[in-house]
Write a protein that binds this ligand. Structure first.
Ligand SMILES: [Zn+2]
Length: 163
Protein backbone atom coordinates (compact mmCIF):
# COMPACT_ATOMS: atom_id res chain seq x y z
CA UNK A 1 0.00 0.00 0.00
CA UNK A 2 1.16 3.52 -0.74
CA UNK A 3 0.66 6.58 1.45
CA UNK A 4 -2.19 8.67 0.01
CA UNK A 5 -0.26 11.86 0.81
CA UNK A 6 3.39 11.25 -0.08
CA UNK A 7 3.29 7.98 -2.07
CA UNK A 8 5.81 6.18 0.12
CA UNK A 9 5.11 2.58 1.17
CA UNK A 10 2.70 2.54 4.10
CA UNK A 11 0.88 -0.01 6.26
CA UNK A 12 -2.27 2.12 6.23
CA UNK A 13 -3.81 4.88 4.08
CA UNK A 14 -1.15 7.24 5.40
CA UNK A 15 2.45 6.57 6.36
CA UNK A 16 3.53 7.26 9.94
CA UNK A 17 5.14 10.62 9.31
CA UNK A 18 2.18 11.96 7.30
CA UNK A 19 -0.21 10.75 10.03
CA UNK A 20 1.79 12.53 12.74
CA UNK A 21 1.84 15.75 10.71
CA UNK A 22 -1.87 15.57 9.97
CA UNK A 23 -2.86 14.85 13.60
CA UNK A 24 -0.71 17.72 14.92
CA UNK A 25 -2.00 20.11 12.24
CA UNK A 26 -5.65 19.36 13.09
CA UNK A 27 -4.93 19.71 16.82
CA UNK A 28 -3.15 23.03 16.23
CA UNK A 29 -6.16 24.31 14.25
CA UNK A 30 -8.44 23.41 17.17
CA UNK A 31 -6.35 25.37 19.71
CA UNK A 32 -8.36 28.17 21.31
CA UNK A 33 -6.88 31.65 21.67
CA UNK A 34 -4.37 31.48 24.49
CA UNK A 35 -2.19 34.13 26.11
CA UNK A 36 0.71 33.83 28.54
CA UNK A 37 -1.76 34.41 31.39
CA UNK A 38 -4.28 31.76 30.33
CA UNK A 39 -4.90 28.96 32.80
CA UNK A 40 -5.30 25.75 30.83
CA UNK A 41 -6.69 22.46 32.11
CA UNK A 42 -6.50 19.28 30.03
CA UNK A 43 -8.80 16.42 30.95
CA UNK A 44 -6.96 13.12 30.87
CA UNK A 45 -9.02 10.22 32.20
CA UNK A 46 -6.32 7.69 31.32
CA UNK A 47 -7.97 6.64 28.04
CA UNK A 48 -5.98 6.66 24.82
CA UNK A 49 -7.74 9.88 23.77
CA UNK A 50 -7.05 11.51 27.13
CA UNK A 51 -3.36 10.63 27.00
CA UNK A 52 -2.94 11.86 23.42
CA UNK A 53 -4.88 15.04 24.19
CA UNK A 54 -2.55 15.82 27.11
CA UNK A 55 0.51 14.98 25.00
CA UNK A 56 -0.65 17.29 22.18
CA UNK A 57 -1.61 20.10 24.56
CA UNK A 58 1.82 20.00 26.22
CA UNK A 59 3.53 19.89 22.84
CA UNK A 60 1.51 22.69 21.22
CA UNK A 61 0.92 25.05 24.16
CA UNK A 62 4.27 26.46 25.17
CA UNK A 63 3.46 30.06 26.16
CA UNK A 64 1.70 29.13 29.36
CA UNK A 65 1.48 26.31 31.88
CA UNK A 66 -0.79 23.35 31.15
CA UNK A 67 -2.44 21.56 34.08
CA UNK A 68 -3.96 18.14 33.85
CA UNK A 69 -6.77 16.42 35.71
CA UNK A 70 -9.00 13.37 35.45
CA UNK A 71 -12.12 15.47 35.93
CA UNK A 72 -13.01 19.09 35.09
CA UNK A 73 -12.21 21.66 37.78
CA UNK A 74 -13.14 25.30 38.40
CA UNK A 75 -10.75 28.18 38.00
CA UNK A 76 -9.42 27.66 34.50
CA UNK A 77 -9.83 29.87 31.42
CA UNK A 78 -9.78 26.95 29.02
CA UNK A 79 -10.74 23.33 29.70
CA UNK A 80 -9.74 20.95 26.94
CA UNK A 81 -11.62 17.66 26.76
CA UNK A 82 -10.53 14.66 24.72
CA UNK A 83 -13.55 14.49 22.43
CA UNK A 84 -12.82 13.04 19.01
CA UNK A 85 -14.92 13.35 15.84
CA UNK A 86 -16.28 9.89 16.73
CA UNK A 87 -17.45 11.20 20.10
CA UNK A 88 -19.14 14.23 18.52
CA UNK A 89 -20.82 12.00 15.94
CA UNK A 90 -22.08 9.59 18.61
CA UNK A 91 -23.27 12.55 20.74
CA UNK A 92 -25.42 13.56 17.77
CA UNK A 93 -26.81 10.05 17.37
CA UNK A 94 -27.62 9.89 21.10
CA UNK A 95 -29.31 13.24 20.88
CA UNK A 96 -31.42 12.13 17.91
CA UNK A 97 -32.24 8.66 19.20
CA UNK A 98 -32.55 9.25 22.91
CA UNK A 99 -32.91 13.04 23.30
CA UNK A 100 -29.83 12.94 25.50
CA UNK A 101 -27.99 16.23 25.08
CA UNK A 102 -24.28 16.31 25.81
CA UNK A 103 -22.75 19.62 26.81
CA UNK A 104 -20.45 20.89 24.08
CA UNK A 105 -16.81 20.86 25.10
CA UNK A 106 -13.60 22.27 23.67
CA UNK A 107 -11.20 19.64 22.42
CA UNK A 108 -8.01 19.41 20.40
CA UNK A 109 -9.25 16.12 18.92
CA UNK A 110 -12.56 17.29 17.43
CA UNK A 111 -11.44 16.84 13.81
CA UNK A 112 -9.71 13.51 14.47
CA UNK A 113 -10.89 9.92 14.36
CA UNK A 114 -10.34 7.49 17.24
CA UNK A 115 -8.34 5.25 14.96
CA UNK A 116 -6.04 8.17 14.02
CA UNK A 117 -5.51 8.84 17.74
CA UNK A 118 -4.68 5.17 18.34
CA UNK A 119 -2.20 5.15 15.44
CA UNK A 120 -0.61 8.40 16.68
CA UNK A 121 -0.27 6.97 20.20
CA UNK A 122 1.48 3.90 18.83
CA UNK A 123 4.00 5.98 16.87
CA UNK A 124 4.68 8.24 19.86
CA UNK A 125 4.97 5.29 22.28
CA UNK A 126 2.03 6.46 24.34
CA UNK A 127 0.76 3.32 26.07
CA UNK A 128 -2.90 2.62 25.38
CA UNK A 129 -5.25 -0.18 26.29
CA UNK A 130 -6.52 -2.37 23.48
CA UNK A 131 -9.02 -0.52 21.36
CA UNK A 132 -12.68 -1.19 21.87
CA UNK A 133 -14.33 -1.29 18.50
CA UNK A 134 -17.62 -2.09 16.89
CA UNK A 135 -19.30 1.13 17.93
CA UNK A 136 -22.05 2.44 15.71
CA UNK A 137 -20.02 5.38 14.42
CA UNK A 138 -17.07 3.20 13.47
CA UNK A 139 -19.31 0.74 11.65
CA UNK A 140 -20.82 3.63 9.75
CA UNK A 141 -17.36 4.95 8.86
CA UNK A 142 -16.36 1.55 7.50
CA UNK A 143 -19.37 1.55 5.21
CA UNK A 144 -19.20 5.17 4.23
CA UNK A 145 -15.84 6.88 4.55
CA UNK A 146 -16.13 10.46 5.79
CA UNK A 147 -19.43 9.91 7.59
CA UNK A 148 -17.85 10.50 11.02
CA UNK A 149 -16.62 13.99 10.05
CA UNK A 150 -19.95 14.79 8.42
CA UNK A 151 -21.85 13.77 11.57
CA UNK A 152 -19.36 15.60 13.78
CA UNK A 153 -19.96 18.81 11.81
CA UNK A 154 -23.73 18.50 12.19
CA UNK A 155 -23.22 17.69 15.86
CA UNK A 156 -21.30 20.95 16.31
CA UNK A 157 -24.06 22.88 14.56
CA UNK A 158 -26.84 21.33 16.61
CA UNK A 159 -25.17 20.78 19.99
CA UNK A 160 -22.76 23.74 19.87
CA UNK A 161 -19.09 24.69 19.62
CA UNK A 162 -18.95 24.76 15.84
CA UNK A 163 -16.06 26.66 14.35
ZN1 LIG B 1 3.21 9.71 3.72
Amino acid sequence: MECAKCGKPAADEQCGSCLVKSVEKKARKALPKITGNSRILVINDGSCEGKVSEYLARKLITITEVSCSKLPKEGYDVVLHAHTADKKASDLLEFMLESRKTEPAQSLLGQLLRKEIAAYAKIKNIACDAEKSGQMVEKLEQRSKGSTHALARVSEEILGLGR
